[in-house]
Design a protein around this ligand. Structure first.
Ligand code: COA
Length: 155
């Protein structure tokens, strides 16, 4: 029988520092590099929840709401919202903070869908999610609507 795990069990916090090689000629963090970091945070979260290798199936729209600059500290939180049969939705939120400031700014967030894979490369069932807090419960409910929209975009 599938067990249900708390989203806290697999929550991932990842930190990076923006280096010159991560930026455009203006010293602003490239969007693709941020998405790469977010994808890794989400993959670790999915694989921890599933205890299996997981692949990225899709990601929702990614908006970049604030620029981050060379030397800024980027923190990312990846948290599972819901598991279906073999797929899981992971919410990733990213913030930027200057070394000289205490306040961090939200720079991006998106929902990633990962699918668990077995040793033969076939899709594999994963454990369920047991939300506890009001936010976790609301994300859990909304995840079903987002999934329906992704799988049936014209309905
Ligand atoms: C993701 C992948 C494993 C799905 O394989 P598939 O043969 O379509 O599998 P299925 O049709 O049985 O679907 C498996 C699950 O994936 C979900 N899924 C498939 N495509 C999806 C998509 N585009 N978005 C969201 N979920 C998706 C299905 O809803 C299903 O979920 P469920 O079991 O929880 O109901 C396959 O498409 C794949 O290997 N893609 C490449 C992954 C990869 O390399 N990622 C890195 C990109 S660089």
């Amino acid at each position: 029988m599938r067990k249900a795990q708390s989203p806290v069990y697999s929550k991932v916090c990842k930190t990076e520092v923006v280096c010159p090689n991560d930026t455009n000629p203006m010293g602003i963090l490239q969007g693709g590099r941020l998405v790469q970091w977010m994808d890794i945070a989400a993959a670790v979260c999915a694989q921890t929840h599933a205890a299996k290798i997981c692949v990225t199936a899709s990601m929702d729209t990614v908006s970049f709401t604030q620029p981050a600059h060379v030397g800024d500290i980027i923190t990312m939180e990846a948290k599972i919202t819901r598991a279906f049969t073999t797929s899981m939705e992971i919410k990733v939120t990213a913030w930027s903070r200057s070394v000289f400031k205490t306040r961090k700014s939200l720079i991006s967030e998106s929902y990633f869908t990962f699918v668990a894979i077995d040793q033969d490369g076939k899709v594999a069932a994963v454990n369920g999610v047991k939300p506890s807090s009001a936010t976790e419960k609301s994300e859990y409910e909304a995840a079903a609507k987002r999934r329906n929209h992704k799988l049936n975009p014209h309905k």
